[in-house]
Ligand binder design. Structure first.
Ligand SMILES: [Zn+2]
Length: 317
């Protein structure tokens, strides 16, 4: 027994020490904020930009109070604040690196802005990004376009944004009275959009939802949350990935329950978009990435008698 144990110890010790060193390095750096997978020939990597959040009521505007509290408690979540993730996606295709959503940066709280350290963790710098496409121009999707000193955070990237959002939020002073948040929040929200996109305004590529950005990346109209919001369909061979942007904020309130996100500007149009795209996802059994869903945000939509159900995808190593 002793001999066998010594032999085993002798075999595993170096690996064990290496593991201990790796584990301590990981503890210092925190948990991984990147998740790599493939869509056909396309390499896809979810890069977390961190977290935002707010009162649950904001994200479930028409939920009866008792039911909302119950749903949060049953999910073992706090009842006073709902935390949302920021799952940006890097796709690498035909020699180009394309970032889908820029992320929030510090525009909506101190827990955003991690996309740069997560890029670094996979060996990339901001100048390695060729294209940034945003689904809509809310601050949590454009916040990282600007550096602290007012420059372009992705200095080489061509930035694509939906034309209708640009007209509404950037070229005009939007009436945000539909948003169920304090007036000061609305003012900061509107200002954060203009400030974030200012460095890229010259040279911005405005698109209509429904057009192809590059081969393998198509935008789909998903209007209602904002005037121009798009979804993204990434395709390679028989593989597809659907990015649903902000059709839903958190699956427990906007997928598993049908409650309407308060920040939807046109709630009827947003609801129709949500149903049309969730139906497509369920029928075609598509792999879906939810921008604000628990990291890494991948899963599938199931059609149920009551509506839909979110089924997270299994982790892949
Ligand atoms: Zn968002």
């Amino acid at each position: 027994m002793l001999t066998a144990a010594s032999a085993v110890t002798g075999l595993i010790l170096p690996t064990g020490m290496a593991f201990a060193q790796t584990a301590s390095a990981t503890a210092q750096a925190g948990n991984a904020g990147h998740y790599r997978f493939r869509v056909g020939n396309i390499t896809a990597t979810v890069l977390s930009d961190g977290l935002i959040g707010g009162p649950p009521r904001v994200y479930a505007s028409d939920a009866p109070e008792v039911e909302l509290q119950e749903v949060l408690r049953h999910a073992f979540l706090p009842t006073d604040r709902l935390t949302l993730n920021l799952n940006t996606l890097l796709i690498e295709t035909n020699g180009r690196r394309i970032l889908l959503e820029a992320g929030a940066g510090q525009t909506m709280g101190p827990q955003g802005g991690r996309v740069f350290e997560n890029l670094a963790a996979i060996g990339l710098l901001p100048e390695d990004i060729d294209v940034v496409v945003v689904s809509h121009t809310h601050p949590d999707h454009v916040g990282n376009l600007r550096t602290a000193d007012g420059g372009k955070a992705f200095p080489r990237a061509t930035v694509f944004a939906p034309r209708a959002d640009w007209d509404f939020f950037v070229r005009n002073d939007p009436d945000l009275s539909y948003m169920p948040v304090p007036e000061e929040f609305r003012r900061n929200f509107a200002a954060a959009i203009k400030r974030s996109v200012e460095p890229v305004a010259n040279g911005i590529e405005l698109y209509e939802a429904g057009t192809e950005i590059v081969p393998g990346l198509t935008t789909l109209p998903a209007l209602g949350h904002t005037p121009g919001m798009a979804n993204f369909l990434v395709q390679s061979g028989n593989d597809q990935l659907l990015l649903t942007a902000d059709l839903a904020y958190h699956p427990i309130v906007n997928v598993d329950r049908p409650w309407l996100p308060g920040p939807d500007r046109d709630k009827d149009t947003a609801l129709a978009s949500r149903r049309r795209i969730f139906d497509m996802a369920a029928t075609d059994r598509l792999l879906v990435l939810g921008f604000h869903y628990p990291f890494p945000g991948l899963g599938r939509m199931l059609k149920t008698d009551a509506g839909y159900s979110w089924v997270p995808a299994n982790w892949q190593f």
